[in-house]
Design a protein around this ligand. Structure first.
Ligand code: ADP
Length: 162
């Protein structure tokens, strides 16, 4: 049984992330999405909210599980008996950082491999940051994430403006 973890911030998940999760669920027996609790960043959504959002958005895929974690991705992988870390690659701009991370993780945990999934072209430009920026200026979010997620983003921003 090959278990893969897919770590990230997911603040919040976009169609790009969901596309990677969907495709990973076909290639691996189990995919555990790891939502990073990173105290040095100030995310729009709490880690519990980000987990909740992903649970709802992936509930139709039986071999996907969502968890939160803190610290190193390789430790998260090991504690879940995962042999693989999945990362998404959008463009060459992602490549240098991702290669460095993968090589660092190889040094830390030679038994865990990083597998890159290239995004579908229609989502190649998309990031959580871009979605939040467009939301901030009142733009249409319907191409970026499912309605439950875009509505949650709009509610959060309205709360923040109060
Ligand atoms: P991080 O803070 O770890 O980069 P993100 O939530 O931004 O967390 O991204 C998690 C993973 O998903 C990363 O591997 C990133 O490259 C990938 N990713 C983000 N957006 C997309 C997208 N539109 N298509 C494919 N992969 C993506």
């Amino acid at each position: 049984m090959v278990i893969a973890v897919y770590p990230g911030s997911f603040d919040p998940a976009t169609y790009g992330h969901l596309d990677v999760i969907q495709r990973a669920s076909v290639s691996f027996d189990k995919v555990i999405v790891g939502v990073l609790h990173n105290s040095s960043k100030s995310p729009l959504f709490s880690v519990e909210e980000r987990v909740n959002i992903l649970e709802k958005a992936t509930r139709h895929i039986p071999n996907v599980e969502i968890k939160s974690f803190e610290g190193l991705s390789v430790n998260f992988a090991r504690s879940n008996h995962a042999q693989v870390i999945i990362r998404g690659l959008r463009a060459v701009t992602d490549f240098e950082y991702e290669l460095q991370m993968a090589q660092t993780n190889r040094v830390l945990a030679p038994d865990v491999d990083t597998v890159f999934l290239t995004t579908s072209l229609e989502y190649a430009y998309l990031s959580s940051t871009i979605m939040k920026e467009v939301a901030h200026f009142g733009g249409d979010l319907s191409r970026f994430a499912p309605p439950e997620i875009t509505q949650a983003v709009q509610r959060k921003l309205q709360e923040a403006q109060k």
